[in-house]
Design a protein around this ligand. Sequence first.
Ligand code: CMC
Length: 431
Amino acid sequence: MSENSVTITDNRNGSQAEFEILNPVVGNSCIDVRQLNAKLGLFTYDPGFQATASCKSDITYIDGDEGILRYRGYPIEQLAEQSNYLETSYLLMYGELPTESQYREFEHSIKHHTIVHEALMQFINGFNNNAHPMAMMVGVVGALSAFYHDSLDISDPQHRDLSARRLLAKVPTIAALCYRHASGKPPVYPRNKLGYIENLLHMMFSFPSEDYLVSPIAARAMELIFVLHADHEQNASTSTVRLSSSSGANPYACIAAGIASLWGPAHGGANEAVIRMLEEISNPSEIPGYVKRAKDKDDDYRLMGFGHRIYKNHDPRATIIRKACNDLLDELEGINQPMFEIAKQLERIALEDDYFVERNLYPNVDFYSGIILKALDMPLNMFTVVFAMARTAGWISQWGEMMTDNEQRIGRPRQLYMGDELRDYVDIRQR
Ligand code: CMC
């Protein structure tokens, strides 16, 4: 019997089998249960994959207890301070920080893929003006697969790389076009002389009739939000991308599936929920009433933007973005909305009140990113779209990794069947 194994005994009949323990570089070890059914005739039951690793990955490491987030081994704190979104995307996609020439080539290539096919505009124009931009994103990003037949052979590494770069380049263009359409503004084409984030702000907020200067404050804050949200290992949307691509589906369709999953309020919608909560509170004098409700066991009301499923001590992204949020509010002169005062008071309460301190309910990354996006005048229904744009780097990197993993198979979870065992069909007149 190997030391690096566990033995499972089925107490119903005494049968036993040994299973290897797989050890990671850091983090929790895993029992390799792939032979469980063959050896013991059993499956595992784990709704929501709370104790199940669905893949091996070299990309992102999280330790929720210690508040650690690393991309390819680099601490998020260092990347947030010293890198930018494009360089971070390169790191996630290719595993190493680029040399200067690699970075120049990558940046040039991404900039030269930003334009979308003109025919795609007809898809966007076909939506009602009141369509939610995330609904448009799901459809239009998926529709990209109808335009790029030249790069859909997922067994070809060059095709995969071209598709990944096209997605990174075109998702912001599509997002901006969706926003412009929904707000009745004319479309704005990308400008290659601008950086990735500046270009996004230009496409969203400029007017063809006027010069537009990208605010360096806004660009810096957005860059940070993008770096912090670029990847978060096997979360719901990333797992969706992996599961849908396990059947060999094309990457554009799979990223569209990831966007659909991210749209859910339990995933990408939290920063929008923060602003809705602050709007609802509306006046600092109302705060105690809402805090009382959040603490009341008989009331399921929760303060949005507080607590985290994985980070139980602190969310490293929240620590970084909190400072940026405070700097931004200080820098943006004249921004004196009561909403930001309410946010500051709530933050203070959460950091001092016993209820929040005992339960580690500190403000999370969405609390601060919601406030930053609001301060930058980003429309509320674009908040999750910002998250989707940033997470595209993670999705394409995880997809690319999966494509070269020879242990991956089509995703096919098992189930614990609890329905009727066997019934005879009854004629409709006799029911
Ligand atoms: N306000 C008030 N009480 C809370 C809150 C909150 N936001 N969050 C948790 N609690 C209480 C909860 O009632 C429970 O109390 P008790 O021990 O007395 O029963 C205790 O804290 C533990 O809560 P839990 O539900 O077991 O914690 P969880 O890990 O299951 O939930 C969470 C994590 C993020 C779903 C939850 O904190 C929450 O609903 N927060 C508000 C929504 C939010 O901000 N979501 C965004 C999270 S970050 C997303 C991302 O990283 O992508």
